[in-house]
Design a protein around this ligand. Structure first.
Ligand code: PLP
Length: 466
């Protein structure tokens, strides 16, 4: 059984220390600053070891990021070697070779003329950079009113103030402020929750019409950019109807609205490609944000790939002295960029091929869970998937079940050897890309048992009779 944190504390002081001194991310007010979470002590391949020495499949690959798997010696070695060679340089007035070389490699993979990269410390700062760049671009071009940002329900773009203002998941904003004067929200492109009786094609038309109507109502002269994930990851792996993203891209182009594709999750192999925007969705964005998988989580690095056209517009503007007043201490970090280069070698050296080969099996095996009455839908693409639980399939009501069903499943799965990413009534699965078919079978078998045990609990408690 999963042991109480008090029992674990007796053996591992980290638990008590965390409760006394650590503020966890996304905490509740009632336990903020006093909370211990599942302690993990080591990792290897697709596995993690918890504080009890229990071996767990890392179902969410950390936070969608451990793409090449835990404990890759090649990445550890390059980190050591780069730190011994040059551990840091100020990006304000010096530069390093790994960041220049990584930019060339990323430009080769990015669509169209997206061939310049600005590096950040993660995904939020990458999105923040794209937004501030849009503001700067329009200021320099003499269009200071063209700043509104279009975003959607179900989106997650980060935890800095402006990037978080774009978030559209339920609950994210209940107690948090946001720059609402700068952001216009559109519907979530979630086909599972489309209006009853509406076909997927009609739903796609509805979303595109809403987008076009919003552009008209707000005025294209007031809208700077649209920011969207190719697949809404933390919203629950929401896959928009076919053709939708391309139609949105076309409206953006017609109206001189920059299209920012947030590939923080979908980039670097999660969908079998370094970038998914063009390869899978046939769109050429103006900017792509990335993070996570770029270093497989071994070093905090993110960035924005920017279209050369935008940079040339600035070069040729009437304000050559205008400064893009934006840069981080760790922009173009040499260790991060060296890790990313080696990580790309690993992806190119067989892991991308493996991810593409194993993805259909992963999706097909998870889909079998739909025969469980608690499961409303299993959906996904590449090596990202979501099991969404509903009280009943007809009403698709998640609320009656809002007894932290995801968390309950996670607890059962933990006992059985699998770490789940619970999201209210959903379980997200995005394992390391190196997962084998046998490991997929094991993951799905545990998840099935975890959901079955949760169904038994809910029935016993009389809160669900499916
Ligand atoms: N964008 C997307 C699509 C994300 O999923 C995330 C994080 O999950 C972010 C941005 C924020 O990235 P970070 O947590 O590295 O700041």
């Amino acid at each position: 059984a999963v042991r109480d944190s008090r029992e674990m504390a007796a053996e591992n002081p980290a638990v008590e220390l965390a409760k006394s001194h650590l503020v966890q991310p996304w905490p509740y007010a009632g336990s903020i600053g006093a909370e211990a979470r599942t302690l993990v002590t080591s990792g290897d391949g697709v596995y993690l070891i918890d504080g009890d020495g229990k071996k767990l499949i890392d179902g969410p690959a950390g936070m969608w990021c451990i793409n090449v798997g835990h404990r890759r010696e090649e990445l550890a070695r390059v980190m050591y070697e780069q730190a011994m060679e040059l551990s840091y340089n100020t990006p304000w007035y010096t530069m390093n070779a790994p960041s220049a070389e990584l930019s060339r490699r990323i430009a080769e993979y990015a669509p169209g003329d997206l061939n310049h990269v600005f590096y950040t410390t993660g995904g939020s700062s990458a999105v923040e950079t794209a937004l501030r760049f849009m503001q700067f671009y329009n200021n320099v071009r003499g269009r200071p009113e063209k700043k509104q940002i279009l975003s959607r329900g179900g989106a997650y773009h980060g935890s800095t103030y402006l990037s978080a203002s774009l978030n559209g998941r339920p609950r994210d904003r209940d107690w948090m402020d946001a720059a609402d004067d700068l952001v216009v929200k559109l519907s979530s492109p979630d086909p599972f929750r489309r209006p009853k009786g509406m076909s997927a094609e009609a739903f796609c038309d509805f979303l595109v019409d809403e987008f076009r109507d919003t552009v008209k109502a707000v005025g294209a002269q007031n809208i700077g950019c649209f920011v969207g994930e190719p697949i809404q990851a933390s919203g629950g792996v929401i896959i928009a109807p076919a053709g939708y993203l391309k139609r949105i891209r076309d409206i953006c182009r017609e109206n001189d609205i920059l299209y920012v594709s947030d590939e923080v999750v979908t980039g670097f192999g999660r969908l079998g490609h370094v970038f998914a925007s063009e390869e899978l969705f046939d769109i050429e964005p103006d900017m792509i944000t990335f993070a996570k998988g770029v270093t497989s989580g071994y070093f905090p690095l993110g960035g924005v790939v920017i279209s050369e056209r935008l940079l040339k517009d600035l070069n040729r503007s009437n304000h050559p002295d205008a400064m893009f007043g934006h840069g981080l201490t760790y922009t173009s970090h040499p260790v991060g960029c060296a890790v990313a280069l080696k990580n790309l070698d690993l992806l190119e050296g067989g892991i991308l091929d493996h991810a593409r080969a194993v993805a259909p099996y992963f999706q097909q095996r998870l889909k079998t869970l739909e025969d469980l009455p608690l499961v409303g839908e299993v959906r996904g693409a590449g090596l990202m998937a979501c099991v969404e639980c509903v009280a009943d399939r007809e009403s698709k009501d998640p609320l009656q079940l809002d007894k932290d069903v995801g968390k309950r499943i996670d607890q059962h799965c933990h006992e059985l050897g699998l770490l789940v990413r619970p999201l209210i009534n959903m379980c997200v699965m995005s394992p390391p890309l190196v997962i084998t078919k046998d490991q997929i079978d094991h993951l799905v078998a545990i998840l099935r048992e975890g959901i079955s045990r949760t169904m038994d609990d809910l029935r016993k408690e009389g809160v669900w009779q499916g």
